[in-house]
Design a protein. Structure first.
Length: 253
């Protein structure tokens, strides 16, 4: 794991800590300069935008290195610390919006970094109007993904854990299994604790594409032109066994 990271580490972020805001700014540059990864993000963003009301007040939580606003200018971008391209510095557990002031909240790879997701879900209930959406793309638990996340990824992946993360930095704190824990393993607990949220959809996806892209930390293993071919091939695999991510959609009752 350590040797692989050293060999494939992207030179722009080598030596920087994940909690350093400079890392987030450089990752924004990395995404735009890696065609395979940029195309993957465009697919993710398209999936998110398809499920929210366009033209409404949409908050992107943890915008950081992303570029969703390029595709949807109405989106309000946010991050937990100041960084270029972000409109609002905010913590998901205490958002600066009026009750029912948002039509939707979207995020990519953010939920599993939130230290207290119960507090976030309660705050999202307050901020999102009835009929509004909470939509995210997050790591997911399958036999394949569990092996990958535990052996080839730097973040913890602990399906046996609870809903809260140990104290840590704003981005270094994580449990990649947290979305699966809340929305699959503890689905009954979710429904009892948050009756105002209706779980609309869980769509597991993408067994290999993110790995091949190198993500935001490693060099890309594939050229941009191969993205469509890779997606066609992996879509033939059984998602319940092979997916590494899932799109999760909730509706505010």
């Amino acid at each position: 794991m350590g040797l692989l990271n050293r060999l494939l580490a992207h030179p722009l972020t080598r030596g920087l800590h994940v909690d350093d805001p400079r890392t987030t700014a450089l990752r924004r540059k990395i995404i735009r300069e890696k065609p395979f990864l940029e195309t993957l993000y465009r697919e993710w963003y398209g999936r998110l935008l398809f499920r929210v009301p366009r033209g409404g007040r949409i908050l992107e939580l943890g915008s950081g290195a992303g570029f969703l606003r390029d595709m949807a200018p109405e989106v309000i971008t946010s991050e937990v610390f100041p960084t270029p391209g972000v409109m609002l510095v905010a913590d998901g557990r205490q958002l600066p919006f009026a009750c029912a002031g948002l039509d939707a909240i979207v995020m990519t790879d953010v939920f599993h970094h939130i230290p207290d997701v119960a507090a976030f879900l309660a705050e999202a209930v307050r901020c999102v109007r009835p009929g509004g959406r909470l939509v995210m793309i997050e790591p997911w638990l399958t036999p394949w993904s569990q092996w990958v996340y535990r052996n080839l990824h730097s973040e913890p992946f602990e399906p046996e854990a609870g809903w809260e993360l140990p104290p840590s930095g704003p981005l270094s704190g994580a449990n990649g299994a947290l979305p699966w824990i809340v929305f699959r393993r503890d689905q009954r607990q979710l429904q009892e604790a948050f009756p105002d949220w209706s779980l609309v959809a869980i769509e597991p996806m993408m067994p290999f594409s993110y790995l091949l892209s190198g993500g935001v930390s490693l060099r890309s293993l594939m050229p941009g032109w191969s993205y469509r071919l890779c997606r066609m091939l992996e879509d033939r695999l059984e998602a319940s066994r092979w997916a590494m991510f899932a799109l999760i959609e909730l509706e505010r009752r």
